[in-house]
Design a protein around this ligand. Structure first.
Ligand code: FE
Ligand code: FE
Ligand code: FE
Length: 217
């Protein structure tokens, strides 16, 4: 079913459509996670996916509570976006021959899923607030928070473990300024030049208009 094929005539119907979309998506995610758990090689990542499978099941229950509060039967509507994200994840995982890079690929695929969920829940929370569906806002917010937390954990796992492992490094690459300037020591040493304009700006601010006024007074 396309987004507007059954005729969405109001914001309430648009909200319900988005709810059915994420309800379908959560079910597809629930189905795909066991496969991700099986493919992951890192035990911490396996545990992370397993925990998120548990969370996903709870999220589905929360969505059912949302439907109930709205006096609607829980039902899904096809979501080509999540189907595509999951299909792409399966494709890439199937193409990987080097075992060391599989976790990095799985995390990237999982984060694409989380980001889809974050955008959907973010929208649903905003629309529920706007429409005045007060009772459902907190339920949707809880799902949103879990997706965001999962996304952050995946980032941490990628940076600390999966990515370094994928490039054959024992320790994570240095992050922040050090990594940005790694191998470019000369540039780093010249850095004080960058401080000068900042000092100038401060001086101008301090002695600028106020100073002028003081002189005038
Ligand atoms: Fe979810
Ligand atoms: Fe969708
Ligand atoms: Fe999720």
């Amino acid at each position: 079913m396309g987004l507007f094929s059954d005729g969405i005539r109001s914001m309430d119907e648009l909200f319900l459509h988005a709810l059915e979309d994420i309800y379908y998506a959560e079910h597809q995610i629930e189905k795909s996670l066991p496969d991700m758990i099986a493919k992951a090689t890192d035990t911490e990542l396996k545990r992370g996916f397993d925990k998120h499978l548990e969370e996903t099941r709870n999220q589905i229950k929360r969505l059912e509570d949302v439907f109930a509060k709205l006096g609607q039967e829980p039902k899904g509507t096809s979501c080509p976006a999540i189907d595509g994200i999951i299909e792409e994840a399966n494709e890439i995982a199937g193409e990987i021959e080097d075992k060391r890079v599989i976790d990095a690929a799985l995390i990237a695929a999982a984060q694409a899923v989380e980001h889809y969920e974050i955008t959907r829940y973010g929208t649903l929370v905003a629309w529920a607030q706007e429409i005045g569906h007060r009772g459902v806002v907190s339920l949707l917010q809880r799902n949103l928070k879990e997706e965001a937390a999962t996304d952050r954990k995946l980032t941490a796992m990628a940076m600390k473990r999966a990515n370094p492992k994928a490039v054959g490094r024992k320790k994570p690459a240095a992050v922040g300024r050090k990594s940005a300037t790694r191998g470019r020591k000369a540039t780093t040493r010249k850095a004080p030049a960058r401080k000068a304009p900042a000092r100038k700006t401060t001086a101008r601010k301090a002695g600028g208009r106020k100073g002028a006024r003081r002189k005038a007074a």
